[in-house]
Design a protein around this ligand. Sequence first.
Ligand code: CU
Length: 174
Amino acid sequence: MRVFAYFTIAAFFLLSAFAAFSDSGIAAIRGIAPGSPILGAVLFEDTPGGLKVTVDLQGAPPGKHGFHIHEFGVLTNGGNDAGGHFNPAGKPHGYLPSDGLDKAHAGDLGNIEIGPDGKGSLALTIPGLTLSGGPTSVGGRSVILHAKEDDFGQPVGNAGPRIGGGVIVLKARQ
Ligand SMILES: [Cu+2]
């Protein structure tokens, strides 16, 4: 009986570890304004080193644009229904890849730079974020592209209106 209990506990932890590193997801990005040419995709993948985020955009205005994970997976009302930056721990605004979860919002992905051709890409791996399960999971939330650069000022970086976005959807597990 005791052996069975140990086996059950071991199996639970193995499955938990597997589940923690097996999710992938996608957010299909569209412009917020009707007729906006903004289009793209953000891929999410749970890895042992953190949440891998890969962004490809086209049809966006050249320059730097604030790019964040916002709290809710709803893009109505000019994107404002997505709520504020995902910030479950109530931290100040920062740049998550270098500041970490202790000194930045969990949604603080910084900026994406769009070239003269309207295209831009970004690849980050962020320790501590997950796609599903736990307090810092981003599945079902949204990704927001802002009109202006995130200057990392408080409280939310002065990045202006929301010009594009998408809801983070989990892909079926293999
Ligand atoms: Cu934002």
